[in-house]
Design a protein around this ligand. Sequence first.
Ligand SMILES: O=C(O)C(=O)C[C@]1(C(=O)O)C=C[C@@H](O)C=C1
Length: 282
Amino acid sequence: MRIGFLGPMATFTDMAVKHLFPLQEHVPFMTIPECIEAVHFEKVDYAVVPLENTLEGSVHLTVDYLFHEVELKIIAELTVPIQQHLMVHPDHVENSMEVEKILSHSHATAQCHQYLHRHYRGASIEYTTSTAAAAKYLKEHPEMKIAAIANELAADTYGLSIIQHGIQDFDRNHTRFVVLSRTKKPLELESGFSNEKTTLMVTLPSNHSGALHQVLSALAWRKINLSKIESRPLKTGLGDYFFILDIEQAMDEVLLPNAIKEMEALGCGVKLLGSYPVYSTE
Ligand SMILES: O=C(O)C(=O)C[C@]1(C(=O)O)C=C[C@@H](O)C=C1
């Protein structure tokens, strides 16, 4: 079995893949859309991509691609604790305060905003496709006065020196990764899961006042719990949105199907993104 992931080697996504699929073949892709399309076009069986971070919220590229571009299912979630470190090429450890540029993924950079503001105000920030891509760039450019924000595995893999550990603004930092598949069969690991979730993407009928309230009511009176609701642009015009609903239970025989039928009867479009187990590395 082939598993695509946001590469190169030693991204946080790589760590997630190693945890979920220790024995399978791992295939790195440089961007999230490339990972997602690899499953869609059957180049890989599954893909693992980041979906949400405690400090930065949703990974919009993942959410939007799943809504607008492909018909894939989430078959598992893995929550991973995230520790960001500042690292330089070993030749630059002595003069690390002279760093002119800091490279990393936009989500990782945002997670360390306060640290960068306090200690590296003069340095410019450059975004890379992943944290490990930044680390790899440092290894390939020893002559440049640059630093990267990435994890410990990336420092080891690319021979870099960590000059400051744990620079994220808040300690309780986690990212949710999801496994995407063309079929809806949940991924069952021997380790067992902590709980289950169902994710829906809902569009509201136009000119229907109180439609969102009624969607929430369809869940509320059935005592179905939400762990998240978020809107994203439909990209059809200002004020047009779809909603992502994370529900704290697996698809059942009666309650959830009936809640979905009720939403559809209101004129809503409902896309079931998946009903899946939630795993954790902790
Ligand atoms: O760049 C990486 O290492 C990734 O796996 C991507 C990603 C993300 O998109 O949020 C994953 C976890 C961290 O929150 C930072 C970056």
